[in-house]
Design a protein around this ligand. Structure first.
Ligand SMILES: NC(=O)c1ccc[n+]([C@@H]2O[C@H](COP(=O)([O-])OP(=O)(O)OC[C@H]3O[C@@H](n4cnc5c(N)ncnc54)[C@H](OP(=O)(O)O)[C@@H]3O)[C@@H](O)[C@H]2O)c1
Length: 278
C-alpha cells in the first residue's frame, strides 16, 4: 500500500512547496487545520521530505488522482513556470476553486489557462512569510461569495487581506504593499549606515534603528496622520528639523513618488509579458 492510500482525501492542494506555500501551510496548521487534509505537489525531493517531516502534509512529486477531489488549489510556483505546472496537473484537476499567488499573471489569463472562471489572483508580500503580510485579491467572474470566504480563510494565514476590483488595481497593490517591504528595508539600511557613521557599532546601530522604527510604527498605528505625527515631533530649529530639511532638500518625497510610479508601471508591463499580451 502506498503512503497516500493510508492518508485521508486531501481537501486543499498547493502546487509548489516553496517558502510562500510553507508559510501559508504553517499558518493554517497553527490556526487549527488538520495537516493531513493538505496535499503539496512539489518536484524537489528535499522539499517534499521537509514538508512531510516539519508540516506533516501529504506530498506528491507530480499531480495525481488526489488533486481531483480537493476544494481548492493554491498555485504557489514562480510565474515563469505556472503555465507548465498547470499543464502538468491539468488531467487531474477537478472542479476546485483556484487561487494563484504567482506575481503578475492577470486573473483572466489564469482563467483562460485553467478553462474556469472560479479563479482568484492574490498578491501577497514577503511579510506573509511571518504571518504579517498584506495581500490584495481579485476574483474572476465565476467566484461565488462562498469562494471568497474560502479564499479569505486560507489567505488569513498570510496576514491582512483585501479585495480589489480588477488586475489594474492589483498592479497598484503590487507597487505599494507588494514591493513596499523593500522600500522600508532600503530606508532601514541607509538609516543603519548613518547610525554607524555617528559612532555606533553595526549591532547597536541595527538595534537602535529597528527599535526606533517599531516604536514609530506603534505610535502611527493609533491613527493620527503621518504628517501630524511628524510635525508633533519636529520643534523649530531643533535636531529633527535639521534632519528633515536635508531629506526635503534631497527631494526624498519626490523620489518615493517616482519609485512607486516606476513599480506601478513595471507591474503593468510584467502582467502584459506574463500573459503574452505585449
Ligand atoms: N516570496 C515572496 O515574498 C513572494 C511575495 C509575493 C508573491 N510571491 C509569489 O509566490 C509564488 C511562490 O514564491 P516562493 O517565494 O514560495 O517561491 P519558491 O520558494 O521558489 O517556491 C516555488 C516552488 O515551486 C516548485 N515548483 C517549480 N515547478 C513546479 C511544478 N511544475 N509543479 C510544482 N511545483 C513546482 C519549486 O521547486 P524548484 O525549487 O525545484 O523549482 C519551488 O519549491 C511566486 O509566484 C511568487 O511570485 C512570493
Amino acid at each position: 500500500m502506498t503512503k497516500h492510500q493510508n492518508s485521508c482525501q486531501p481537501t486543499l492542494a498547493f502546487v509548489g512547496g516553496g517558502q510562500m506555500a510553507s508559510a501559508l501551510i504553517s499558518g493554517l496548521i497553527r490556526a487549527g487545520r488538520d495537516s493531513e487534509t493538505i496535499l503539496v505537489i512539489e518536484p524537489m525531493p528535499a522539499q517534499r521530505i521537509r514538508l512531510e517531516k516539519d508540516l506533516r502534509v501529504q506530498t506528491a512529486s507530480t499531480a495525481d488522482e488526489r488533486l481531483a477531489g480537493v476544494d481548492m488549489v493554491v498555485w504557489a510556483v514562480k510565474p515563469q513556470v505556472l503555465q507548465q505546472a498547470l499543464d502538468d496537473a491539468r488531467s487531474h484537476l477537478g472542479a476546485a476553486l483556484h487561487v494563484s499567488i504567482a506575481a503578475g499573471i492577470p486573473v483572466q489569463t489564469l482563467a483562460d489557462w485553467l478553462g474556469s472562471q472560479r479563479v482568484v489572483r492574490a498578491m501577497p508580500n514577503t511579510a506573509a512569510l511571518v504571518g504579517a503580510g498584506v495581500t490584495g485579491l481579485v476574483a474572476a467572474g465565476g467566484v461565488s461569495d462562498a469562494d471568497r470566504r474560502a479564499t479569505e480563510a486560507t489567505l488569513a494565514a498570510a496576514g491582512h487581506y483585501f479585495w480589489v476590483d480588477d488586475d489594474e488595481r492589483l498592479d497598484a497593490v503590487t507597487a505599494v504593499s507588494g514591493s513596499g517591504p523593500a522600500y522600508v528595508f532600503h530606508f532601514l539600511e541607509a538609516f543603519q549606515a548613518a547610525a554607524e557613521r555617528v559612532g555606533f557599532d553595526p549591532g547597536t546601530a541595527r538595534d537602535l534603528v529597528l527599535r526606533t522604527a517599531l516604536g514609530a510604527l506603534e505610535q502611527a498605528k493609533l491613527g493620527d496622520s503621518f504628517g501630524l505625527l511628524r510635525e508633533r515631533v519636529t520643534s523649530k530649529r531643533g535636531t529633527t528639523e535639521a534632519a528633515l530639511t536635508v531629506l526635503d532638500e534631497k527631494r526624498t518625497p519626490e523620489a518615493v513618488m517616482a519609485a512607486v510610479q516606476a513599480a506601478y508601471a513595471r507591474a503593468g508591463e510584467l502582467s502584459r509579458e506574463l500573459s503574452g499580451r505585449t
